[in-house]
Design a protein around this ligand. Structure first.
Ligand SMILES: Cc1ncc(COP(=O)(O)O)c(C=O)c1O
Length: 463
């Protein structure tokens, strides 16, 4: 991009946006006097706004999405070619890219075998919830219908996804919620002092045992599934502690509870493995994914299941109700799997999983070095290129900083041309974690620039 945008055209775009667009997750009153941000163009790790200002994007399109970076012509070409050949047919029929991407995806997911296409992460999670409910009706007289979800996790924007949402500020004012969703405690070790009975040692096992307590309280014969993020994203970048996942898997097996892993953020490379759950050797029954599947070049989401789950929906063809009676209209778009095939090929050919591990370790080290310098950083955590820094006003009490100050750090980075994130209207009083998720192509230079901007921003805000 050369920065030579036509000022007339752009002012018209800004006016049209201000007059007619309702943006996501942002207050609009300030736009009555100021301008909404409009991103015009992207290349690699960088984007340009309506003023021609260059930014390094440390959040992959704002919400952990553009994993392979901007400007990938081969994805655009594949989508274009596919659209000309066949843009759409409803998912009761197959498509060439749908079949080929499913095959490629399943190669990366040993133990799983079926891909159900949808168009958003929320919708993919809804599919898993519906499957759990239908299994409860088919197999357990409707009893085993409850779905457990974790404090601080997020699974999407629909009313049922919010019913499975552990972020009370996201949920507030949208109730009443769908019945049958039950919350289990979070597993953020840094905040264990806020959890009654949390031990000094073996916190991971204890946190998993809290799930068992909820199951016993509810009655194991009423609980059908447990839905968890592998690494919690918007709830504060929470990497589950040592010992947690193994216990979770044991508990699910013990009580015949299906394990649903929400990989909408972690899926397709973000943490340095194809999927976040693969760090922990666990065997899920459902895996949902969206954002990074095609890096935002086309809308695509998937609900992937084991063959065991799939079999439960085809065991009696003489029963007209005995199949998954669901449709996702845009799950039949072919642009999604066409883009996803190229996206996956890019990750493989450019060694981006390896880069994610190496650059993620480097960035984690750099964030720790920042913590040595700025007492306001209470905790640094993450996996791969999915990192967070929790800001506190006091390291001993771990009192969170005023969230306005955390937001100011983001604004100060932005002023330096670096877009970072912060947990946003998520957990009450806990919107204090800076979030980083640069594209998987990030280099040391990119990371140095992001860290330097954060360093300056922290000094400007906290001294
Ligand atoms: C973990 C997780 N699950 C589900 C979703 C919902 O995805 P979508 O916005 O595509 O519906 C999100 C979105 O941020 C998410 O972070």
């Amino acid at each position: 991009m050369d920065g030579n945008l036509s000022p007339n055209d752009i002012s018209h775009v800004v006016d049209a946006d201000r007059a007619n667009v309702w943006h996501h997750l942002i207050q609009h009153k300030p736009f009555e006097t100021g301008e909404p941000r409009i991103i015009i163009e992207g290349r690699g790790m960088r984007v340009w706004d309506q003023k021609g200002k260059e930014h390094i994007d440390a959040v992959s399109g704002g919400v952990w999405t553009v994993n392979v970076g901007y400007g990938r012509e081969r994805i655009a070409n594949a989508v274009r070619d596919q659209l000309i050949q066949l843009p759409y047919f409803a998912g009761a029929a197959g498509s060439v890219p749908g079949a080929l991407f499913a095959e490629k995806l399943i190669e990366k997911m040993p133990g799983l075998s079926r891909v159900y296409y949808t168009n958003s992460g929320s919708e993919a999670n809804e599919k898993a919830f519906k499957m759990v409910r239908q299994i409860a009706h088919k197999r357990h007289g409707g009893r085993k219908h409850k779905i457990l979800y974790r404090d601080r996790d997020y699974h999407g924007t629909t009313i049922s996804c919010l019913s499975a949402g552990g972020q009370d500020e996201r949920n507030a004012q949208y109730g009443p919620f769908t019945p049958g969703f039950v919350r289990v405690p979070h597993c953020l070790e840094y905040r264990k002092h806020e959890q009654d009975g949390a031990p000094v040692e073996n916190y991971g096992e204890w946190a998993a045992d809290q799930i068992e307590e909820v199951i016993l309280r509810e009655g194991p014969d009423t609980v059908g599934a447990l839905c968890l993020e592998p690494v919690t994203a918007g709830g504060g970048v929470i990497v589950p502690p040592e010992g947690y996942w193994q216990r979770v898997q044991e508990i699910c097996r013990k009580y015949d509870i299906l394990l649903h892993i929400d990989e909408v953020v972690c899926g397709v490379g973000r943490t340095g493995t194809w999927f976040g759950y693969q760090h922990y050797g666990i065997e899920p029954d459902f895996v949902t994914m969206a954002k990074g599947v095609a890096s935002g070049y086309a809308a695509i989401a998937c609900c992937v299941t084991s063959e065991r789950v799939f079999e439960m929906f085809k065991d009696d063809a003489s029963d007209p109700m005995n199949y998954f009676r669901d449709i996702s209209t845009f799950g039949g778009c072919t642009a999604g799997p066409a883009a996803a095939m190229e996206n996956m090929a890019i990750i493989e050919e450019e060694g981006l999983l390896e880069n994610t591990v190496q650059m993620g370790d480097y960035m984690l080290d750099q964030l720790h070095a920042l913590a040595d310098k700025h007492a306001v950083i209470g905790d640094v955590r993450g996996k791969g290129l999915f990192l967070g820094a929790e800001l506190v006003s006091d390291r001993d009490s771990r009192e969170p900083v005023d969230e306005k100050l955390a937001a100011q750090v983001v604004a100060e980075c932005n002023a330096q041309g670096v877009i970072i994130g912060v947990t946003n209207r998520s957990v009450p009083g806990r919107n204090n974690t800076l979030c980083y998720s640069p594209a998987l192509i990030a280099t040391r230079d990119d990371i140095d620039q992001i860290i330097a901007a954060t360093d300056t921003a922290l000094t400007r805000v906290f001294g």
